[in-house]
Design a protein around this ligand. Sequence first.
Ligand code: GLA
Length: 340
Amino acid sequence: MRVFGHVLARPSEIAVGCANGRVNLIGDHVDYAGGLVLPRATRETTTVAIAMAADGSDHFTSEWVGELVDALESDVAGDASWERYARGVLIELRARGIMVPPMALAVVSDVPVGAGLSSSAALEIAVARAALALVGMELTPADLALLAQRAEHLHAGVPCGIMDQWCVAHANPCAAQHDAMLLDCAQRTHELIALPMNLRIEVLDSGIRHALRDGGYAARRQDVFDAAARLARPVEELARASDAEIASLPAQLSRRARHVVTEVARVRAAVHALRNNDLAGFGALLQASHASLRDDFDVSTPEVDRIVEMALARGALGARMTGGGFGGCVVVAWKLDGRE
Ligand code: GLA
């Protein structure tokens, strides 16, 4: 990490913020349609150190600066994408009337970038926590999540749903991450769901990197909104569409709508299965979710499909892509047999 000695005001004016990544167990590409999702915070975290800058402007650096910055899509005048997320949060805090002074900000993280584990929300929430700590203020986790989502929409250009920011803003990076979070994205309410002791969740990285700003994410989201508009339903009501309504849509929109309807039903069923220790049922739902994201939503890749198949061949209960897709990670569920 680069040191900001040359711009620091006084060494005492320093604060640190930390935030988890998240892995979504089931319920992808439904949060922006007001659906149900079941993420869990990861052990991996992003930490931001922040200090008042004496020269009146914001400065950003990270362990990614250098060879990794190209891979992170440095598209506007050297403005690497991670910096847009961080800057966006500072802009939104100031727009809210929180007097965040000019600052120097440095990031370290073990949340993999572009892997579907919410490196963006981890960065946004860590920046916000550090900046708020510096000025001695607090926001509720809900307000923090909404502010971070707004920063991502307006300053990073990603029309994301609320799942990532909500999950990350409500997680405690100092605590072990046992429970999953059942989040109703329309109501913005959640409850914690305990995972059975004999269920092991593993996350495998395909190594294929996406950038959600590439357009595939926004295009899928637009399809979902178009499908709802054609059915004259608010998008939050799309998950209640009937088979006949889905069949009445043009082929591509029909597949997108079918994914939303069936995925929300699968999240509900997955929670039921977890509560009843039905691990086989839970695994089957992960499988069905992956098939839907691959075949109806077109967001998987051959590499990710291959990892899913290999995990199943090795006896996993179920496996699926997780997050926005186009590469990234696979979440795998295993049954512990008591010997592990
Ligand atoms: C990204 C977005 C989320 C969500 C997922 C897909 O992680 O940030 O809002 O849409 O993709 O479930």
